[in-house]
Design a protein around this ligand. Sequence first.
Ligand code: HAM
Length: 425
Amino acid sequence: MEDLISSSLPGMRDLLPEETGRWQLVEEHARRIFARYGFEEIRTSIIEPTELFARGIGDDTDIVGKEMYTFMDRSKRSVTLRPEATASVVRAYLQNAMYRGGGLTKLYYMGPMFRHEKKQKGRWRQFYQIGAEALGSDHPAVDAEMIEMALWFLQSLGVEARLLLNSVGCRNCRPRYVELLQAELSKSVGALCEDCRRRAATNTLRVFDCKVESCQPHIERLPAITDHLCAECSEHFGKVRAFLDEGAIGYTVVPRLVRGLDYYIRTAFEIVSGELGSQNALAGGGRYDGLSEVLGGPPVHALGFALGLDRLVMILPEEQGAKGQGRPELFLAHMGEAAMKKAAEIARDLRHQGFSCSLDFSAGKLKSQMRMANRLGARYVLIIGEDELARGSASIKNLEDSSQQDIAIPDIAAFLKSHIQGRTA
Ligand code: HAM
């Protein structure tokens, strides 16, 4: 016999039934909330031409430089498992000429992303995002509304979340700011780590991502981008903040927040939670007005965010999406061939009426069927034997308080409806 392949790849994991209930709850909540804001779902390919991410996210970023799952497919084309979905959404928007009708296009997505990062708590190589993108407007109210939606989504799940906000300027003002940074960095070049020295030359803003202790005093002395925005960016940033203030949405301006992707212009934000460890970013996003052109399309104003589903589920309050969404409302225990057939018929009928039912066809002794009902976490057990069958009744047992009573078979649905709280079926 071959060796058993018994583990997944490093950084990958299976989500087992005891966890998926919480995932489903979060996904359904996102669909509900996003729909209220007028977002519609888009599902793009998980695998894309490598060029899409290289150009979209930027060659000098860690994602493109070090983390992508890139390989040659059988047609000798370089392809990549998506490390994020914004570039794919813009590609789909352009490919399907979704800009044609004019106005705002609001899209959301959820699904797996792939980054070959160093393993750490809160960091996986296959992880899941829920994201939203609004394409077709540069109005600062759109930025504020997007942020409001992300925060409301998290807060309505009972999650503690804080908003960090910045403006990273535009193609007019950023180059001047980058020159200023480079001039400042050149003064302390000998004291900087190797990564910072490389970044200073290739992708200067990334210097702010450095975590090396000895670089921090030098990084803290660098000028703040918010003091070097052009008049248009400054006005836009002021309006975004004013709209947030009007909505009583709290935030902290963090001029060192530059985000790890190159496409951002103007608004950049992160939502962090103290309940997470060192990987404390729950969500990140911003405006990316130039991305469409980088991908060969017409100019399109756009912004969006994505939140890390794995991280959100980690800190979801216990009462949210309690485990065992698949708990049967009724387990049907049966004794004898005729009772088994009757149980199957009752289960089919109840399922059609909206109840979740389980039964064990291998039909062990009543004791082993009761054990199984307990293991599945059933609320009630219906016990049907030959005698009960002859009487047209069965016995129904509440597994929570062990009370038991006889019930006529046609009354089972009405009984469940009135005894299971919150049931509308
Ligand atoms: P990002 O900041 O790279 O942005 O990722 C967004 C969120 O995904 C992070 O805040 C984090 O919660 C989660 N995340 C990222 N990497 C991992 C990982 N290795 N393991 C677990 N969770 C992770 C983007 O991806 C942009 N596309 C967001 C965006 C949309 N900007 C505009 N529109």
